[in-house]
Write a protein that binds this ligand. Structure first.
Ligand SMILES: Nc1nc2c([nH]c(=O)n2[C@H]2C[C@H](O)[C@@H](COP(=O)(O)OP(=O)(O)OP(=O)(O)O)O2)c(=O)[nH]1
Length: 136
């Protein structure tokens, strides 16, 4: 059986990362993730990410760079993560989420991230810290 890819976006804006709280399924509801979803057959990952972020958050976004690594989710599914820039729109929890939060590097671990998201979140937080003018 081939793996199904879940693409997720580390949406970064003004030095902060967007976290989204899942509203379903029951076993994941209340946990925080990088918004995204499953690739449709024949779809390129970047296209899937643009589509998912439009559907879930109502924004136009552009994938910038893949975070190295892929992480196994439930059997048969792997997570790939891209950094993402917002082109237009303010993210809203339209689908799959019931709350959104912008987290600066020092707030990044104030939410309960899904386990599989943690390595990618750590890498993005490291990059946000490096990009910040000061770490005070
Ligand atoms: N979107 C997303 N899903 C994640 C992350 N981490 C993680 O374990 N998952 C899991 C949760 C889900 O079981 C699966 C993705 O499913 P999804 O429900 O977001 O996908 P989708 O929007 O395409 O929805 P559908 O096909 O089920 O309707 O991957 C993450 O950071 N983002």
């Amino acid at each position: 059986m081939s793996e199904r890819v879940v693409v997720a976006g580390a949406v970064c804006h003004r030095g902060r990362l967007l976290a989204a709280r899942r509203s379903a399924p029951e076993e994941l509801a209340g946990r925080w993730e990088l918004p995204g979803g499953k690739l449709e057959p024949g779809e390129e990952p970047e296209d899937a990410l643009v589509r998912e972020l439009r559907e879930e958050l109502g924004v136009v976004a552009r994938p910038v760079e893949r975070i190295p690594g892929r992480w196994t989710l439930k059997p048969g599914y792997v997570l790939e993560v891209w950094t993402v820039r917002l082109l237009s729109g303010d993210p809203l929890p339209l689908e799959d989420h019931d709350e959104l939060r912008w987290l600066g590097p020092d707030e990044a671990y104030t939410v309960d991230w899904l386990d599989q998201d943690r390595p990618a979140v750590a890498e993005v937080v490291r990059r946000l810290r490096e990009a910040a003018p000061t770490n005070l």
